[in-house]
Design a protein around this ligand. Structure first.
Ligand code: ATP
Length: 445
């Protein structure tokens, strides 16, 4: 079985994971809306990150900053000057490309060739293009009122460093985490949710004493790789790739990407960087506020070093979707099954009455309501039981619960496992505990 992006995009639309933004108006390029099933999946991805990176950790706290920030922030961070990609235009076909990614692009006039290779291509020299979106704050649209839509969530964390220190009495090593939207006017967005202009990031800045940074850099690389495995991605589809020296941002001492083997090749899922003390130093300089930490024991001030694992919620959602995709044969037909980890599955269980009579629908609705207090569940009574299982397999529901004739006399139901397709019989009053155990059970593929 080969997973293609086409299969994923089609399934995503058909079953309500994602829709093209503003579709009835012809769509807005590279912007996607999450449908009823997709939003549950993405919320679970975010939730899994937040639990592991904040709630379970005594040494990390969360924050949620405004998207619009003081324009000086982006001068201090280096984004106004340096957050650029090299852009080339083709004078002939008017298309635009990233000069450093021509090898991955197709010439619109001759798709079998890369831009610049076809005889009619007429590319301009590369020029630097700033990726930040601009808007105006207040009613006057002049240069004094320009603000930027944040291109990353990290800067909100750095500028709140003192607020967190003062309000929650932290000392290095400790981290501040944030999940939120970021905006980049990418020159060549594409590959579905992989690269869009509006996306959600999950970033954590871990502040450590200089000298301990190498240790924490190693630590976070391993932690972050394991997170994807824990939530169901097969380890053979993941790897860590260290950046070569010429790939490193000027302030970074080390950087490694967690890469996933997408249908379009190995690509970055998440970056883990040793950002040194660059950010806190720059914000101290630009704001005039001393952002050093005072170490009581050593009686010294220092700028903590920062280790940053920076992930994308949409990119991770795409990777979980692609990795879960499977096909099998049932009743002579090929069917799609999404083998999500139960914790990420949009719907945890579906409840079915076997027949639409003899009190079975009423009983099944009671089971549905009982489970609904604890989990995201669906009720379905339409069509044959085989078809109903299949609909759930396609959205990755791990458990199917059927109320049948026997239920009416002994209050037991059958529980079917999506992957093994095995069925067991359970008393209704044990269902909540049983499902919880099954959802929580460690599971690697
Ligand atoms: P790339 O090289 O793919 O442009 P980057 O190295 O610029 O990414 P970072 O600035 O390190 O990305 O951002 C951290 C994470 O945010 C990325 O690993 C990715 O998961 C996510 N991300 C960044 N840009 C986008 C985008 N345009 N669309 C979706 N997710 C993105």
């Amino acid at each position: 079985m080969t997973v293609t992006m086409e299969k994923i995009v089609n399934l995503a639309k058909r079953r309500g994971f994602t829709f093209q933004s503003s579709e009835i108006y012809g769509g807005l390029a590279s912007c996607w809306d999450y449908g009823p099933v997709g939003i549950e999946l993405k919320r679970n991805v975010r939730e899994a990150w937040w639990r592991e990176m904040v709630q379970k950790r005594p040494d990390i706290v969360g924050i949620d900053c405004a998207i619009l920030m003081h324009p000086r922030v982006w001068e201090a961070s280096g984004h106004v000057e340096g957050f650029t990609d090299p852009l080339v235009d083709c004078r002939e076909c008017k298309a635009r490309f990233r000069a450093d990614q021509l090898d991955a692009a197709q010439c619109p006039m001759k798709p079998s060739m890369h831009p610049g290779q076809f005889e009619k291509c007429n590319l301009t020299e590369a020029r630097q293009f700033n990726l930040m979106f601009k808007t105006f704050m207040g009613p006057v649209e002049d240069s004094a009122n320009v603000v930027f839509m944040r291109p990353e969530t990290a800067q909100g964390i750095f500028v709140n460093f003192l607020n967190i220190l003062n309000s929650s009495r932290r000392k290095p090593p400790f981290g501040i985490a944030q999940i939120g939207k970021s905006f980049r006017n990418e020159i060549t967005p594409g590959n579905f949710l992989f690269r869009t202009r509006e996306f959600e990031q999950m970033e954590m800045e871990f502040f450590v004493k200089p000298g301990e940074d190498e240790h924490w850099f190693e630590y976070w690389k391993n932690e972050r790789l394991s997170w994807y495995v824990k939530y169901g991605i097969r380890s053979e589809n993941l790897r860590l790739r260290a950046h070569a020296d010429d790939e490193l941002a000027h302030y970074a001492k080390g950087c490694a990407d967690v890469e996933y083997h997408f249908p379009f090749g190995w690509s970055e899922l998440e970056g883990i960087a040793n950002r040194t003390d660059f950010d806190l130093r720059r914000h101290s300089e630009y704001s005039g506020k001393d952002l050093r930490y005072f170490d009581e024991e050593a009686r010294e001030h220092y700028f903590p070093y920062v280790i940053e694992p920076a992930a994308g919620a949409d990119r991770a959602t795409l990777a979980f979707l692609v990795d879960a995709y499977d096909e099998d044969e049932a009743e002579g037909e090929t069917r799609a099954v999404l083998r999500f980890h139960p914790k990420l599955a949009p719907v945890k269980a579906a409840v079915f009455p076997l027949l639409r009579k003899d009190g079975q629908p009423e009983k099944a609705l009671k089971v549905y309501e009982m489970l609904g207090e604890h989990f995201t569940v669906q009720y379905d009574q339409a069509g044959s039981i085989g078809r109903r299982y299949r609909r759930q397999d396609e959205i990755g529901t791990p458990f199917g619960i059927t109320v049948d004739h026997q239920t009416m006399s002994d209050d037991t139901v059958t529980l079917r496992d999506r992957d093994s397709m095995e069925q067991v019989r359970l008393p209704i009053d044990r269902l909540v505990d049983d499902l919880r155990n099954r959802i929580e059970a460690p599971r690697q593929r």
